[in-house]
Design a protein around this ligand. Structure first.
Ligand code: AP5
Ligand code: MG
Length: 194
C-alpha cells in the first residue's frame, strides 16, 4: 500500500494537491477537515461538536478525530492506499494512526510536507474566503489562530515522521503544476527504492 500523509499549514495546498495525487496514484483521499465540514453541513452531532472548534480555528479533540478517521479508513477495505490530508495533527494522532495501520499490517509510507510562508497562506485563505463559505476563512484573526495552532501543536508531528525517516519537505510555492511535479518526484523516487 502507498499511504501518504500530506502535511502543511492551513492554505498550504493539501486539498488542491490531494485531488491530483489520488487521480494519478489511485488512492483514497481522506481529509478530516472535509469530513467535519460534511457533518457540519448535515447538522449531525459530530458536525455540531466540530463547529464549536473549527469556527475558532482550534483543533477538534483527538479522541473524536481519531475515532472518525478510523471509521473512514474501515469504509475502504480494498484501497490501494490513502492520502491523509490534515491528519495527523498532533503526536497523539500520529501514534494512534501508526498503531491502527499496524493492526492492518500496513504503515505510513511517506510524509510530504508543503512549505509555504505565512503571508502567502493568509493571502490564499482570505482570497478563498471571499467565495468558499468556509466559516474559518473569512476572518483574518481566525486564519492567524489556525496558523498559530499549527505552529504550536501540529508542526511537531513532522519530527515524529522525521525520526522514522519518512519526512520530506516540499517547496509549496509556485504553480499548482510545479508543486504537483515536486510531490510526484518524491513519491516516484521512493517507490523505486521500496
Ligand atoms: P482543514 O480542512 O484541514 O483546513 P486547513 O489545514 O486549515 O487547511 P485548508 O484546507 O484551509 O488548506 P489546504 O492546505 O487544504 O489548502 P488548499 O488546497 O485548500 O481543517 C479545518 C479545521 O478542521 C481545523 O482548523 C480544525 O479545527 C479541524 N480539523 C481538521 N483536521 C483535524 C485534525 N486532524 N485534528 C483536529 N482538528 C482537525 O488551498 C488553499 C487555497 O489556496 C485555495 O483557495 C487554493 O485554490 C489556493 N492554492 C492552492 N495551491 C496554490 C498555489 N500553488 N498557488 C496559489 N494558490 C494556491
Ligand atoms: Mg484542505
Amino acid at each position: 500500500m502507498l499511504n501518504i500523509v500530506l502535511f502543511g499549514p492551513p492554505g498550504a495546498g493539501k486539498g488542491t494537491q490531494s485531488a491530483r495525487l489520488v487521480d494519478k496514484y489511485k488512492l483514497i483521499h481522506l481529509s478530516t477537515g472535509d469530513i467535519f465540514r460534511f457533518n457540519m453541513k448535515n447538522d449531525t452531532a459530530l458536525g455540531k461538536l466540530a463547529k464549536s472548534y473549527i469556527d475558532r480555528g482550534e483543533l477538534v479533540p483527538d479522541e473524536v478525530t481519531i475515532n472518525m478517521l478510523k471509521a473512514e479508513v474501515e469504509k475502504y477495505p480494498d484501497a490501494a492506499g490513502f492520502i491523509f490530508d490534515g491528519f495527523p495533527r498532533t503526536i497523539a494522532q500520529a501514534e494512534a494512526l501508526d498503531k491502527f495501520l499496524k493492526e492492518k499490517n500496513t504503515s505510513i509510507t511517506l510524509m510530504l510536507a508543503l512549505e509555504v510562508p505565512e503571508e502567502e497562506l493568509i493571502k490564499r485563505l482570505l482570497l478563498r474566503g471571499q467565495e468558499s463559505g468556509r466559516s474559518d476563512d473569512t476572518d483574518e484573526n481566525i486564519i492567524r489562530n489556525r496558523i498559530k495552532v499549527y505552529n504550536e501543536q501540529t508542526a511537531i508531528a513532522a519530527g515524529y515522521y522525521n525520526e522514522q525517516g519518512k519526512y520530506h519537505a516540499i517547496n509549496g510555492v509556485g504553480t499548482i503544476n510545479e508543486i504537483f511535479e515536486r510531490l510526484c518526484h518524491v513519491i516516484d523516487t521512493h517507490s523505486m527504492i521500496i
